[in-house]
Design a protein around this ligand. Structure first.
Ligand code: PLP
Length: 408
């Protein structure tokens, strides 16, 4: 391996490989891509500029890049089962730039937009005040119902009627239940808004037919490719044809320069993998695992936001356990269990040290873990949270145990 000629970075990469192999990764937005995805990511395609779009580039020598980009677009349409009424842009560097490109393309600065607030599961790029999206636009934020911790569509309709946003964003980063994209679209149409669904977290479930799809009605759909989809770090935008021109122009030259073609090729690989029957089975197992993990945690007295999960993630309210999200995250990390602290709806605490943790099953499912393993993980989580003296003992158990599971 040529990387060995750079021992510092080589050793760090090896150390990270080992860390990944020896820990249990429950971060719902992370996953291990296939070797094929990694190979495309590390390929020579990284060498070239191709500003512009297939057939109209600002650089010479793009004959093959055009084919790669068109292939990625075609495969994206296939997995989401959409026809020629939609257009795909595969160039966004990541989820946040994809969303910003949508806003830049469709809105004027200061326009009203609606998104879910961070503490209820919305993403920073959906209008949070620290994000560009919250500073450039007038943001009306919705939350979840106090009682059920679920989306209340009547409330959202009321807010939309009152504020007349130009864009309504659905799709979340810490919401454990199904989303009714059709209702969101209907509400948008009632108030003359454009509907946008950011399906970053659940794209894999949607492709597998395990979560309602935002197609074929939602105006704009964005998604990252590195979460449940198991692709490279990156994103795509899918829009109705009437928005194709403004969206393409907003991505390039609006907020990006040359596309990362190695990543575009890796996206095409990931879409191809997502068409296989094994991908559907994998997504089914992600949900089964999340349900078992949720049930087991409840047995150990954990309070789950909304009482459980329909998808790949679980949000735990730790207040009855006498520990904050940050403390729990740190303690679990010492035991080799990687989770992330997260706000709970209307969290009395600040996002830096919130009241909850967020757990997800995509990465552990990729490693071949199933229901039996989820029970073991729930047991360890409970031990760690209830007894801070057990950490080093559990760390050793986790290390020995995780080595037995496939790691790409
Ligand atoms: C992860 C995520 C993003 C952002 O993706 P980055 O690639 O980290 O910029 C945007 N929206 C949602 C809903 C997400 O879950």
């Amino acid at each position: 391996m040529n990387l060995k000629k750079h021992p510092k970075i080589y050793n760090l990469i090896k150390a990270e490989e080992r860390r990944q192999a020896e820990t249990i990764n429950l971060i719902p937005s992370e996953n291990y891509p296939s070797k094929a995805v990694l190979e495309a990511t590390g390929s020579i395609l990284t060498a070239k500029y191709s500003e512009g779009y297939p057939g109209r580039r600002y650089y010479a020598g793009n004959e093959i890049y055009d084919k790669i980009e068109l292939l990625a677009q075609k495969k994206a349409k296939e997995i989401f089962k959409i026809d020629e009424s939609y257009h795909v842009n595969v160039q966004p560097y990541s989820g946040t730039p994809a969303n910003l490109a949508v806003y830049l393309g469709l809105l004027n600065f200061g326009d009203p937009i609606m998104g879910m607030n961070l503490s209820c599961g919305g993403h920073l790029s959906h209008g949070h005040k620290v994000s560009f999206s919250g500073r450039a636009y007038k943001v009306i934020q919705y939350g979840v119902s106090q009682a059920t911790k679920r989306i209340n569509y009547d409330e959202i309709r009321k807010l939309a009627k009152k504020h007349k946003p130009k864009l309504i964003i659905s799709g979340f980063t810490a919401y454990p239940r199904k989303i009714n994209f059709r209702k969101f679209h209907q509400i948008a149409k009632e108030v003359g808004a454009i509907s946008m669904a950011d399906i970053s977290h659940i794209a894999g479930l949607i492709v597998a037919g395990l979560h309602p799809s935002p197609f074929p009605f939602t105006d704009i759909v964005t998604t990252t490719t590195h979460k449940t989809l198991r692709g490279p770090r990156g994103a795509i935008i899918i829009c109705k044809n009437k928005f194709a021109k403004v969206i393409d122009r907003a991505v390039f030259p609006g907020i990006q320069g040359g596309p990362h073609n190695n990543i575009t090729a890796a996206k095409a690989v990931c879409f191809e993998e997502a068409r296989k029957p094994a991908f559907r089975k994998y997504q089914e197992q992600i949900i089964k695992n999340a349900k078992v993990l949720a049930q087991e945690l409840k047995k150990y007295g954990f309070n789950l936001i909304s009482g459980g999960t329909d998808n790949h993630l679980i949000l735990v309210d730790l207040r009855n356990k006498g520990i904050t999200g940050k403390e729990a995250e740190e303690r679990l990390e010492k035991a080799g269990i990687i989770v992330n602290r997260n706000t709970i709806p209307n969290d009395p605490r600040k996002p830096f040290n919130p009241s909850g943790i967020r757990l997800g099953t995509p990465a552990v499912t990729t490693r071949g873990m199933r229901e039996k393993e989820m029970k073991k993980i729930a047991f360890w989580i409970s031990e760690v949270i209830s007894d801070s003296k057990s950490l080093s003992k559990i760390r050793e158990e986790v290390r020995k145990w995780t080595i037995c599971y496939l790691h790409t």
